[in-house]
Design a protein around this ligand. Structure first.
Ligand code: ZN
Length: 282
């Protein structure tokens, strides 16, 4: 499997075709095209794809059409349509000029359908003469399927933020290419799906954890309040017990005038005065 990735506008000022030299792209575009081409190539090579990285001047190489590639992809992001909230699309050569049009169309659609949702950029086809009759198409072999991707709008407020994250964009593009080439098998797709489910479950678990902690805190507060209340009741109870004890003691030691002890004392005092010849009533 061998493909070509072309960074749009790279070195175009030196193109052998002087008519192309002015096609320098939108401000900031070429840097993104180059970064995405390089990182995407790296990722694809790790997945076992042979990648030829070329600049905008591949049309000047006499051998450009000598080899049949599995895909030639031109990378761009220079459209600018104000107030459309950003968008991109994939295009393929005008079918009557393309010896591999079926394959070109299939690859364009598969890459488009995977890439744009993955990065979060809208799909809106702006197919035009520049994409359908792109200058590179006639410099490639008839059997080489060709796709041009407008990844988004570098001047658009929404798209530019995404496009500047070239790591994310490259990952999406590499996966889109792998899927289009049939190299991302079902096992990988399943792993990806499971990973997503796992992430969602983790998120849900974290939500529950937070809720649980909240409830635990509320419960602890309630327990604390009940403890204080219980301590107050215990204090009341022991105070009441102490009062009962005092009252019981008072009852036990209470001396009324008619208690056994005072009668005996009175009697002894009367006997004592009688014995001493005193007045009984004294
Ligand atoms: Zn461009």
């Amino acid at each position: 499997m061998k493909i070509v990735l072309q960074a749009g506008h790279e070195n175009i000022k030196n193109n052998c075709d002087t008519a192309l030299r002015g096609s320098t792209g939108a401000g900031g575009e070429v840097e993104i095209n180059i970064a995405v081409r390089n990182t995407t190539a790296e990722l694809l090579e790790k997945a076992g794809v042979n990648v030829k990285k070329v600049d905008a001047n591949f049309n000047c190489e006499k051998t450009s059409a000598d080899e049949d590639y599995d895909l030639f992809l031109a990378i761009h992001c220079d459209m600018d349509y104000p107030d459309d909230k950003g968008s991109g699309f994939c295009d393929f050569p005008e079918p009557s000029t393309d010896g591999a049009t079926e394959r070109s169309q299939y690859l364009a659609k598969t890459i488009q359908d995977y890439f744009f949702p993955a990065v979060g950029i809208n799909i809106k086809s702006r197919s035009n003469a520049n994409t359908r009759y792109f200058y590179m198409w006639k410099h490639l072999s008839l059997k080489t399927p060709c796709v041009l991707i407008e990844m988004g709008q570098v001047k658009d407020a929404h798209d530019s933020v995404i496009l500047k994250d070239t790591e994310k964009v490259s990952k999406a593009l590499a996966n889109a290419i792998l899927q289009a080439l049939g190299l991302q098998d079902e096992k990988d797709l399943k792993i990806e799906k499971l990973q997503k489910e796992l992430d969602e479950m983790r998120e849900s678990r974290n939500d529950w954890r937070t809720r649980y902690k909240q409830l635990e805190k509320e419960y602890e507060k309630e327990v604390q309040e009940l403890r204080i209340h219980r301590d107050l009741l215990q204090k009341d109870l022991s105070e009441a017990n102490a009062r009962i004890e005092v009252l019981e003691k008072a009852i036990m030691t209470n001396k009324t005038p008619l208690s056994a002890y005072s009668i005996k004392e009175r009697f002894q005092s009367i006997v004592h005065s009688l014995l001493n010849g005193g007045d009984f009533n004294a």
